[in-house]
Design a protein. Structure first.
Length: 221
């Protein structure tokens, strides 16, 4: 099972985003957090910035929408150049319909759950999604510590993905660092969002390689 590292530009320098994108050229994708100050108590960036990032990024964009009315906004971010768009189950009226709309336009469809939201309703629908994102912190702010109780949710999701034999990615966002990544990988994650761990390091490329090396042997066979 391949390990994928998606650094989050939430921890980058917003005045130098193109420079900070170049610094993570060895990553698999770049995680772009879109927040509307309604679904979560923070405000980040929107469609015009995402469109420009897609034009200059050395790696594909993995857009994570923390916004209300995902049914309206998710297709627009796909059209803006995102390779993958993840929306929250708590912010959509029809997650399967939305995922199908994204996939029909050539965009990977991800679905996210907050730490206290159940993952079980998604496990019978794995064929409909390219990725499940298990939030291991409360969404809205970077630099938080891992909520250990979310690892059990990861284990259940990994077991279901294995039983269904689907190629669904299992992503984790929150508290990923050298100290936690092996434990998270052992619980079943294969795709890791790391913000401050990468961008607060002296060399983002070195940090990406270190996270990959620690996660790879820990992922269950």
């Amino acid at each position: 099972m391949p390990v994928r590292i998606h650094p989050s530009i939430l921890s980058a320098d917003f005045a130098n985003l193109e420079r900070d994108l170049a610094a993570i050229a060895t990553a698999d994708m770049v995680h772009v957090d879109v927040m509307d100050q309604h679904f979560v108590p923070n405000l980040t960036l929107g469609l015009p910035v995402v469109k420009r990032l897609a034009q200059v990024s050395p790696v594909p964009l993995d857009v994570h929408l923390m916004v209300e009315d995902a049914d309206r906004w998710a297709p627009l971010y796909g059209a803006a150049g995102a390779a993958s768009v993840t929306f929250h189950t708590e912010a959509t009226r029809a997650p399967v319909r939305l995922a199908r709309e994204l996939r029909s336009s050539g965009v990977r469809a991800g679905v996210a759950v907050r730490p206290a939201s159940p993952v079980e309703p998604l496990l019978d629908l794995l064929d409909e999604f390219d990725m499940i994102l298990v939030m291991t912190v409360e969404p809205g702010f970077g630099g938080q510590s891992l909520i250990e109780g979310t690892l059990a949710k990861l284990r259940r999701a990994r077991q279901a993905i294995g039983a269904a034999h689907t190629p669904t990615w299992l992503q984790v966002d929150g508290g990923v660092s050298r100290a936690t990544v092996a434990r998270i990988a052992a619980a079943g994650a294969d795709t890791f969002v790391a913000g401050s761990a990468v961008y607060d390091s002296a060399d983002p490329a070195v940090e990406i390689a270190a996270l990959r090396a620690l996660a790879d042997p820990a992922i269950p066979a």
